[in-house]
Design a protein around this ligand. Sequence first.
Ligand SMILES: [Zn+2]
Length: 439
Amino acid sequence: MFQHTSGCADARSITDPCSRCDLLLGLEGVHVEHVQRGDDMIMITVSTPRQPTGCPACGVIATGRGRRPRVLHDVPGVTRVRVLWRQRVWRCVDAGCAKKTFVEQIPMLVAPRGSITRRAIAWAIGQLRREHATIQGLARQLGTSWKTVWRAVKPELERLADDPARFDGVSTLGVDEHIWHHVDPRRQGPKELTGMVDLSRDEHGRVRARLLDLVPGRSGKAYATWLQQRGDAFRRRVKVAALDPFAGYKNAIDDELEDAVAVLDAFHMVKLGTAAVNEVRRRVQQATLGHRGHKGDPLYGIQTILRAGKENLTAKQHARLHAAFTDREEHVEVEVAWQCAQQLRDAYRQADLTAGRVIAEQVVETFHTCPIPEIARLGRTLRRWRDAFLAYFTTERANNGGTEAINGIIELHRRLARGFRNRDNYRLRMLLAAGGLTP
Ligand SMILES: [Zn+2]
């Protein structure tokens, strides 16, 4: 423990604090008077040296009216930390002034009516952003309530969210939707949210996906309105727009992003191929056995193998596939469907984009004529989305994969917080967790 009074003996002037004051708080002109370590708490008593102070209303030099202790929650260490600020109270000497008395403010220490120090708020935001912290957990560590922590953190997040600089430099944009609640929409608004994700590459060619925004609804209109709000400069800068095959989003891209190429997401298309194979498998199973597959049925046992890439299969898995395909004549449909899905996958897997595009063009030209209805349907989807499907091969593999990663972060944080009831709070928390507030 050390102790010295305000007007710290080690400090030569207000702007030259002593090293101990500097070490503990690092705030110019704020002196540590006293540090007391209790069993479960450290109390740091601070104050500022007396100096002439003008009335904020009239400017007349005020007279001191003593001090009033104010306890602030500070960044916890091994134990909780409190800052006891002996806040100066002043009185205006001008009898006609409306101000009467006023208190000293140290904006760098704490907001005018705050109870959590500025640095503790910065610490809390860092914990939320990087350490998967929860508001409840931070409240516990600070020794205060959920409400107090959120009230301190929220304005800071709002300030960051309102900063237009966070939309700078977006050249590749992704879009996706997710369900954010499962209660009655009349109470909590639409269940779906449309999320916009920055998928631009950095100078090393890497994509560091950032969630840019969340808006209510799943519609082209939700996306288009958001794009309009971003302004001309933003819209002109976007050169690539990745999406899943949803016509609403495609229309928004066509209408609002004239210079951008729409790219259908590779992962999503491979998934559609896999889904088609699974549908064929189930249909053939039902038709040949008269019931859904059971354990021991030949097509039932290969369903996970059918989902994998051909190149990843072991010799044993190849043999099981072959056995299932040849078990009955009708199973040839499953084999053909599987070959088609593998061909689609193959287009994306080519190291050479030109070679990939050749395969992709074959897929577009042939699938829709396939006698297997599920594959023909996939083929019609691909023909309808031809340009966006092939754009993958001319945009250096632009894809919506970063958006999927963002959805994973959103999912994690929703579970950590055990649900959200307020959409604005949800948006701010997700923006923070998914990098949207850090330009
Ligand atoms: Zn005054």
